[in-house]
Design a protein around this ligand. Structure first.
Ligand code: BGC
Length: 312
């Protein structure tokens, strides 16, 4: 069986042809057109049809992971794709491609992918955080994805870490998303670069702030750049405090990180695990939680979305 997985992100949309073993056979990637869902979904549909034609395969359906709250395929709330509100993504893609479509929250499908083919396969209780444009959360309790009321999942990025924090796209102030998403990391890096024109981060981006991405401070830190270290220490502190909150609610065995920032792998998790070791409630005697990056890595979202079809 082969399915299409579509991972809709705030910046890019990834599309993949996924087989029943959870392997991506071929893939495509396009930019997200934030202010024009119709054209953007037409582009997605074209990529889907091209992949099918190019690989001469028959697919069983299209699975989509979508950031935000959904109700029967319609986006009803979103922090980063407001112009898409009210769009029935599933039915638009179905109309364009004439292929069966299933859709769910992007972090929930990422958790489904990791539980089926990745790092959560052998664990019972897992929290997955996607660290991209926003922060999403998937919760696995006793091997089952927690769906929430009417499949609305959980919104772990919109948990307030500091009441005096910056305004979040969801309308509240100081959500974890405003401190620990890839976008927040980039914003903090730019702020520090502006304060320190000698930071190595400037060299890495050819003196162009548009080139700053989530890897910039991590790369600069390896060159003993003090500004980069400050950005990362601050980032790790807030991300870890968020994780500690989830640990106190769910006591998971592992916390999985996926999305752009998680591509830093051990560079990130070593620091987070150290922070947790020093601050975990029940340090002495309690089962420890381990923070890891998702094993499906770059493909977590696409494979997870395809699982909506493959597991039916
Ligand atoms: C949205 C979530 C989504 C996450 C990651 C958040 O802003 O509210 O639904 O899972 O971003 O894309």
């Amino acid at each position: 069986m082969i399915a299409i997985g579509v991972d809709i992100g705030g910046t890019f949309i990834k599309v993949g042809l996924v087989n029943e073993k959870g392997k991506v056979i071929d893939r495509g990637k396009i930019e997200t057109i934030k202010d024009n869902p119709k054209t953007c979904l037409e582009n997605v549909s074209k990529v889907i049809l091209e992949l099918i034609k190019k690989n001469k395969v028959k697919v069983s359906g299209v699975g989509i992971g979508m950031p935000g709250l959904l109700n029967n395929g319609t986006l009803i709330e979103s922090s980063n794709l407001k112009p898409w509100l009210g769009t029935n993504i599933a039915s638009v893609i179905n109309k364009n491609t004439h292929i069966k479509v299933a859709i769910s929250n992007d972090a929930n499908v990422a958790a489904l992918g990791e539980a089926t083919f990745g790092a959560a396969k052998s664990a019972n209780n897992v929290i997955l955080l996607t660290l991209g444009t926003g922060i999403g959360g998937g919760i696995i309790i006793n091997k089952k994805i927690y769906d929430g009321n009417k499949g609305q999942g959980a919104e772990l990025g919109h948990v307030v870490i500091s009441l005096d924090g910056e305004k979040c796209g969801c309308g509240r102030n100081g959500c974890l998303e405003t401190f620990a998403s890839a976008r927040a990391l980039i914003r903090q890096a730019i702020k520090e670069m502006e304060l320190n024109k000698k930071s190595y981060m400037w060299k890495l981006v050819d003196n162009n702030l548009d080139n700053v991405d989530a890897s910039t401070p991590f790369k600069a830190e390896k060159h003993s750049d003090k500004s980069a270290k400050k950005v990362i220490d601050n980032y790790v502190k807030y991300l870890s405090q968020g994780i500690l909150n989830y640990c106190n609610i769910f006591r998971p065995e592992i916390v999985l990180l996926s999305g752009g920032v998680a591509l830093q792998k051990a560079n990130l998790t070593n620091k987070v695990n150290k922070y947790l070791k020093d601050h975990y409630y029940g340090l002495k005697g309690a089962e420890k939680v381990i923070v890891k990056t998702s094993t499906l890595g770059y493909d977590t979202g696409v494979i997870g979305a395809a699982c909506l079809i493959l597991l039916k």
